[in-house]
Design a protein around this ligand. Structure first.
Ligand code: BJ8
Length: 426
């Protein structure tokens, strides 16, 4: 990445030495995993560029937007409504949580047996290597799993601008009312931060912008039902990861451009792998940049990933927000309705996730499901058993993988994935 960004990183307060190490690690992983894939669509050039500039051009854009009075909001979860942020001219960005960093320092604050995603968020904050954390005017934590909600109590002492959003744990009692009260509280806090009042017109416009982004990734998802698959699971995952930090309008255009190209591939019966290559659906914990370990193993094992039942994937993007209504109150209700459908494993009971997974397996013609869990993630690890039982009963072979962000278990996972691919017809 260009050295011209160094003054900007220095100004943000990054530890330049540690940051160089992080960028080198990211660059190596990207080179090995993505750029070596054969037959990538030309449209991936845009997303390659975004990744190459993730700490450069995009951060510069955020700082320039701040200079024009806009606020940057960092978030860890798909429950933070982008519509409210955009309606107040803010910018929502996902914060880095996909790599191990500063592990020894993290364990001074958190016990060893906390999931890698939470440790990663702490590692990036403690090591001063995440320009997104540094550039955020507000960081939103959400009370989802126990690990996150307790760790935000500590993170609040390490960063100055943490805002904690409470979330329901069940959809059966007063969950919807709680979510609405919390979204209203968030809206008021955003109004204070930005010094602006939300209007129905601006909120409607924001809903349309976010819906357009969701429709583009939904279109991408639908195209992956073709056999041969027109795009690798790795590239599709990357697009879903970039969804969280790119400019929404530019992202939508670029995602639609690659979809046009994939439609042509499908018409030509061309694909990233031969027809009848074993097709796998990934389900479970979200995979943030640069967490590409398991998909890379799967796609190096004569299989193709055709969908992600994940918050970085279809769980996060499948529902649209209705733009019907004439008041802020109407539109806020629509936002609550949309987000209340997210079937994160922190909810109890959570039958809709299982139903959705079975629908996805059918729609994407998956030969098997890999249930991906981060170690010590109780919500997803506990749901993994019922998920596996139900899928196997429905005749869908399922493999459970529990891992972290380390590389020590790569060969062990590879052996299990190879056996699984053989089982499903590889
Ligand atoms: S809506 S999945 S983005 S909370 S992996 S930190 S659950 S112990 S990330 Fe998530 Fe929002 Fe739910 Fe989606 Fe806890 Fe599990 Fe760690 Fe997790």
């Amino acid at each position: 990445m260009s050295t011209s960004y160094r003054p900007m990183w220095e100004k943000l307060g990054l530890d330049l030495e540690a940051h160089d190490a992080l960028l080198a690690m990211l660059g190596r992983a990207y080179q090995d995993i993505f750029l070596s894939q054969p037959g990538r669509p030309d449209g991936m050039a845009y997303f390659d560029f975004v990744v190459s500039e993730v700490h450069g051009q995009r951060i510069k854009e955020l700082i320039e937007a701040q200079e024009q009075g806009r606020k940057v909001i960092g978030a860890f979860c798909v429950f933070v409504p982008e519509e409210l942020v955009l309606a107040l001219d803010g910018i929502l960005v996902g914060l880095c949580t996909g790599a191990e960093f500063a592990g020894d320092d993290v364990e001074k604050y958190l016990p060893r047996n906390v999931c890698a995603l939470i440790k990663s968020a702490f590692g990036f904050a403690l090591a001063d290597v995440c320009p997104y954390i540094k550039a955020s005017d507000m960081i939103v934590g959400e009370n989802t799993c126990d690990g996150k909600k307790k760790s935000y109590e500590i993170l609040g002492n390490l960063v100055e601008n943490l805002y904690v959003m409470d979330l329901p744990q069940t959809k059966q009692t007063q969950g919807r009312e709680l979510l609405k009260a919390e979204y209203r509280r968030f809206m008021v806090r955003l109004e204070e931060l930005t010094g602006k009042r939300i209007t129905a017109a601006k909120l409607k416009e924001a809903i349309c912008t976010v819906n357009a982004k969701r429709k583009a990734v939904q279109r991408l998802a639908a195209l992956r039902s073709a056999d041969p698959a027109p795009i690798s699971g790795l590239d599709a995952l990357l697009i879903n990861q970039i969804y969280f930090y790119d400019d929404p309008v530019r992202f939508t255009e670029s995602a639609n451009t690659i979809c046009d190209e994939l439609e042509n591939r499908i018409a030509d019966k061309a694909g990233i792998a031969p027809k009848n290559t074993p097709r796998i659906l990934i389900s479970g914990c979200p995979m943030a940049v640069p967490n590409w370990k398991v998909p890379a193993i799967v796609e190096n094992t004569n299989a193709v990933i055709v969908g992600e039942e994940s918050c970085v994937g279809e769980r996060g993007t499948r529902n649209l927000t209705s733009d019907c209504g004439t008041t802020v109150e109407d539109l806020l209700d629509n936002i609550v309705e949309r987000y209340f459908q997210i079937d994160c494993a922190v909810f109890t009971p959570n039958q809709s996730r299982l139903d959705h997974l079975e629908q996805m397996a059918e729609a994407y013609r998956a030969d098997g499901v890999i249930h991906y869990c981060l170690q010590f993630c109780h919500p997803y690890q506990i749901e993994a058993g019922p998920v596996e039982n139900a899928l196997e009963e429905a005749g869908i072979p399922t493999l459970r993988i529990d891992t972290d962000y380390g590389q020590e278990d790569v060969e062990q996972i590879r052996t299990r994935v190879e056996a699984f691919v053989e089982r499903i017809g590889g």
